[in-house]
Design a protein around this ligand. Structure first.
Ligand code: NAP
Length: 299
């Protein structure tokens, strides 16, 4: 048996189309254009690539993109003054500060400065609390994308045993909250979990968000399970002169022989993350304007 491959690239393209149709309707029916502000501090090359890609996709779906580049030595006061202006700007519905930031700045304090209703990365304490207590929240983009793919692959998730490996605020914890809200029986695991392989073998749904290349072996997977591999681990080229390779936290070749469905790396979770950022911006825009929740974009 070979697992169905969950094509995150195609799924993300479909989600961006849905976003674009909501944007077109907001413009036509209400004269509103959703806007996403991206703040980049410094000139980290990888961050510049991510930010450019976000800005391009924002414009591609018909939204407004507000780019703010600040020097690496920007003062905390100046950065916060910009965030305050964006918080107050009615044309800006989502605000994202690209991390990492230079060491003299605090990521936690930056996130806290952003209006929770515009925190489209879903990173603030307020949004974590809203999610945990079942209130309307902005949900962190990566776990939101994972949930959308799980729903597509499995339909109703009620009663399924779900195991999440990793307990980061960015991925593991919100993922577990989302699965709990779907009525899964959720087990969260981490670096201190005893006999992880045995715990994972019980999983109908496995989400691996660890950062250890190919840590999850094929014989850890329950036959027929749905496996979502969040890991993005850059590996040296397989042969001299070749390109770097991106591998996940799951041994894909072995796991696909056992699983029912599995996301590849690359081409699985990664493309969904930016698509969910766009989706969150439209959701934030609708909420800010008292309009009904857009269909197909939220958890
Ligand atoms: P993180 O903050 O470093 O958290 C990693 C988690 O994995 C921690 O909770 C850690 O446990 C756990 N862990 C580490 N070694 C383990 C082991 N041997 N056994 C079991 N658990 C272990 O990482 P993250 O931000 O959540 O990201 C995880 C991975 O997802 C990374 O590869 C990252 O690049 C990728 N990622 C991808 C996307 C995307 O868009 N595709 C987005 C975000 C992240 P402790 O808490 O006990 O230390």
């Amino acid at each position: 048996m070979s697992a169905e491959i969950i094509d995150g690239k195609a799924f993300a393209a479909g989600l961006r189309e849905t976003v674009a149709s909501h944007v077109a309707r907001l413009k036509a029916d209400h004269g509103i254009t959703p806007g996403l502000a991206v703040v980049l501090v410094g000139e980290d090359p990888a961050s510049q690539v991510y930010v450019r890609s976000k800005e391009k996709l924002t414009v591609d779906v018909g939204m407004k993109s507000f780019a703010h580049r600040l020097p690496a030595d920007v003062s905390e006061a100046d950065l916060y003054a910009l965030i305050d202006r964006l918080n107050d700007d009615p044309e800006v519905h989502g605000i994202l500060c690209q991390f990492p930031v230079p060491r003299h700045l605090s990521e936690r304090d930056i996130v806290a400065r952003i209006d929770p209703d515009k925190d489209v990365d879903g990173l603030s304490v307020t949004n974590a609390g809203r999610l945990a207590t079942g209130q309307e929240a902005m949900v962190s983009c990566t776990p939101l994308g994972c949930l959308m793919m799980l729903r597509e692959a499995r339909g109703d998730l009620t009663g399924l045993d779900a195991v999440v490996i990793g307990r980061s605020n960015l991925v593991g914890k919100p993922m577990a909250q989302l699965l709990l809200a779907e009525n899964c029986t959720v087990t969260m695991t981490h670096s201190r979990t005893r006999d992880l392989a045995e715990v994972v073998r019980r999983a109908d749904i496995l989400v691996a968000a660890v950062g250890v290349p190919e840590m999850v072996k094929g014989d850890w997977i329950k036959p027929g399970a749905t496996v979502i591999d969040v890991g993005m681990n850059r590996m040296p080229p397989a042969e001299p002169g070749g390109k770097d390779r991106l591998v996940g936290d799951v041994d894909f070749a072995a796991a696909r022989q056992v699983a029912g469905a599995i996301t590849p790396v690359p081409g699985g979770v990664g493309p969904m993350t930016i698509a969910c950022l766009l989706a969150n911006t439209v959701t934030a825009c609708c909420r800010a304007n008292g309009l009904p929740e857009p269909e197909g974009l939220t958890a």
